[in-house]
Ligand binder design. Sequence first.
Ligand code: ATP
Ligand code: MG
Length: 452
Amino acid sequence: MSFQVNFRKFRKIFSANLNSEIDVIDDFLIDGITTDSRYINPGEIFLALRGNTFDGHDFANIAVDKGAIALIVDHHISVKSTKQIPQIQVKDTLLAYQQVAHWWREQLTIPVIAITGSVGKTTTKELISAVLSNYGIVHKTKENYNNEIGVPKTLLELTRQHDYAVIEMGMRGLNEIALLSQIARPTIGLITNVGTAHIGRLGSKEAIAQAKCELLAEMPPDATAIFNHDNSLLVQTAKKVWKGETISYGLEGGDITGELLDNQTLRVEGMDFPLPLPGRHNALNYLGAIAVAKCLKLDCNVLMQGISVNLPKGRSRRYQLSGDILLLDETYNAGLESMKAALELLKEIPGQRHLAILGTMKELGEKSAELHREVGETAKALGIDHLLVLVDDPEAIAIADGALGMVTECLPTQEELIKRLTEIVQPGDRLLFKASNSVGLNRVVEAFRSWG
Ligand code: ATP
Ligand code: MG
């Protein structure tokens, strides 16, 4: 980002959020707006956010020393440096961040593709970005910066050099996606699915569907809604809230129907696309990316050569260990749908034995026991050979309950789990590790990898 701005413009952007009249600031060129004093560069504005455990105002002086050209703050900061810089005082600095991000986004005329859904947001975002990078310069959400701070951050990183913006939007409750959609004003809104993530907070799948579809409800009328046809609750809810242009995609039907020829090829409208990531769930995610390319009227022939994606850690990561042991690292997160998808993926990999090492799925509220049990039932139905459950939390025991009748072990600590793995894993085994991120199963993966 880099734009010419003067105090009148800020007065207009912040309007009722302004706390005091802005001192007259000459026109100046802003290279960016940064909220983290560790990463601020000369020429940028420092905006002080408040969190539960930090207050950005405490770091304003560091930002000044590092060359910040102005401050956006909610009270006057006594600047220790002899170099005095303009201070723009607002009532709410987070709102100011969102306001300026929205304003900047409105200056740009590029396609803005927003993605939400219960699972597969980051994967689909990466796939869309990889597809679009064949046609232009893409700016995408970094890591998982998908909330009320991350979305403005991503928008403010856009420059006039970018051809596409690909923005992930996450939520924990109602009205959150609506806000993100209002800020980003997507030209394309894609919803991957409606599942059970955050059901503890929202209460029902219907409420989750409603929350996801806020993305569409807040889009400009000339935008296009793209959603997964195979998820009927999603289709019903999306059709209720969105009356504009729509493209549905699916493996079971939809405007764009994909056929999984084998585990490596997806056929769409007579064209064969190599699958960049394994598994049926990833074929659906890729179909979403192809739908975006089609919506933008891009020549999809280019994609028949294949694309490559590098997902962030803990998602669809495969490690080949000595003794032909294959390890699937899915430790970044877990919900019912992604547990099922990962177990199916594990089972599809040819190998001697299939072992699932699973832990708690967090934030499932009242439905927790039922959903954990369903995971165990799925493992059993798929014919997984050996189940190891890390019972860091009593909720995880329900996985073993659901798997009654198959070889199952419950281990109370990570240390005991690692020890047990070193005893039982044999050459040729296929291992899946999956739990919610906070369980820390990634540490077990690291320990086991260094042992193997
Ligand atoms: P978060 O809410 O944490 O941002 P996310 O929606 O971005 O999650 P991803 O990070 O893309 O989701 O994927 C998380 C895990 O979910 C993956 O490791 C994979 O196991 C699984 N997954 C990805 N896509 C799907 C899908 N379409 N259906 C079911 N499971 C999926
Ligand atoms: Mg994500």
